[in-house]
Design a protein. Structure first.
Ligand code: SF4
Length: 376
């Protein structure tokens, strides 16, 4: 089944490390954008034979929790009237802690959202300030409590490691603090400092640096061990979850699935074709308003690109790749084609090749990009 992704490009302030497709919140622009989103979703349905089936809707951003609950409800209604959305749908809303109250969260719940993904990033106020985030650790804790009070039984927390000036003990205090919030799912991201990010300049001015690579590896490994010790099982390089609480939407990206993206800059993949919507918000609204297609860069993937993507993303999963399923789908014996290059990683203890399975070990996850480079 399809996943439906809805991009919301508005934020209350722009974080100094951010490289996403986003801009400052503007109430008038937001209202026009929501109209355009609804029009794009409703217009896209006839392009597919019959009503295509979907089972996940994911509001990503930006800061989707800046939309009003009625706007979220309108967008969900556009999805359910245009697609055959399964009764047991997963509907995720990314939310920033400072943008919610218990009443707003209850209204999102009533609108149909059943999974929240909080951008917590850190539970250390000094680190949050260095990242120019608007919330404090206390606000993040309160937001998770408010989500529970509002009836959410599926709450995810995003954390970022390898922050400027962060010691291993600081990071593990954040991990322990997150565990104390009893989340259903946690995503761990490594901070990437882009060359033109304002954070890079701030780091130079304040003499903040990131921990050495070896420390970063230990931060990751120790965090995974602590999360797993409380029943949050790793299922992907950066993600852990309680049983049954894996992100069904994101699993489509890692298991050779298909999805449609709506809104500015959103990507789609279906029937071997990949396309992307125009990135600029005004440009997107303008195209929708004159009934033009918002998509650019539509491209049919070659069989080798599709195979490469399936292997590249599949290896992110802890369970790895089922080579017989790849053979059936793509007609390729992966080990016959790539085995010579992969054997060195097996010998080094980074990759396991058992029967029809191929998966990274935890050590292998630290150098995943090197292993994956074999496929692309
Ligand atoms: S809240 Fe998220 S999307 Fe918005 S500026 Fe900060 S990092 Fe970027």
């Amino acid at each position: 089944m399809l996943g439906l992704y809805v991009h919301v490009p508005f934020c209350s302030a722009i974080c100094n490390y951010c490289n996403f497709n986003r801009g400052l919140f503007d109430a008038d622009l937001k209202a026009r954008y929501v109209d355009a989103l609804v029009a794009e979703i409703e217009r896209s349905a006839p392009a597919f034979a019959g009503r295509a089936a979907a089972d996940t809707i994911y509001f990503g951003g930006g800061t989707p929790s800046l939309l009003e609950p009625e706007e979220i409800a309108r967008i969900i209604a556009a999805c359910t009237s245009s697609f055959d959305v399964a009764a047991d749908r997963e509907i995720t809303l990314e939310a920033n802690p400072e943008s919610v109250t218990e009443a707003r969260l209850a209204a999102f719940r009533a609108a149909g959202v059943n999974r929240l993904s909080f951008g917590v990033q850190s539970l250390n106020d000094a680190e949050l300030q260095r990242l120019s985030r608007l919330h404090s650790a206390a606000r993040a804790r309160d937001a998770v409590a408010e989500a529970r009070a509002a009836g959410f039984d599926n709450v995810s927390i995003d954390l970022m490691m390898w922050l400027p000036g962060q010691r291993t003990s600081d990071w593990l205090a954040t991990v322990d603090g997150a565990i104390a919030l009893a989340p259903d799912h946690v995503s761990l991201y490594l901070l990437e400092v882009y060359p033109n990010a304002p954070l890079k300049e701030a780091m130079a001015r304040a003499h903040w640096s990131q921990a050495p690579d070896d420390d970063a590896a230990a931060m990751y490994t120790t965090a995974m061990e602590r999360l797993e010790a409380v029943g949050l099982r790793q299922y992907e390089i950066s993600n852990v979850a309680r049983a049954g609480r894996q992100s069904r939407h994101n699993l489509k990206y890692w298991s050779d699935g298909e999805w449609l993206g709506f809104g500015c800059g959103a990507h789609s993949t279906r029937d071997g074709v990949r396309w992307k919507n125009v990135s600029a918000t005004e440009d997107y609204i303008e195209r929708i308003s004159r009934q033009a297609s918002p998509s650019v860069d539509a491209r049919r993937l070659s069989p080798d690109e599709r195979l490469g993507d399936a292997l590249f993303t599949g290896l992110r999963l802890v369970d790895g790749i089922d080579l017989s399923a790849i053979d059936i789908r793509y007609g390729v014996d992966v080990w016959a084609r790539f085995g010579d290059e992969l054997q060195a990683f097996v010998d080094a203890g980074c990759l396991r090749h058992e029967g029809n399975g191929l998966r990274l070990t935890r050590e292998g996850m630290l150098i995943a990009h090197e292993v994956m480079a074999v496929f692309v």
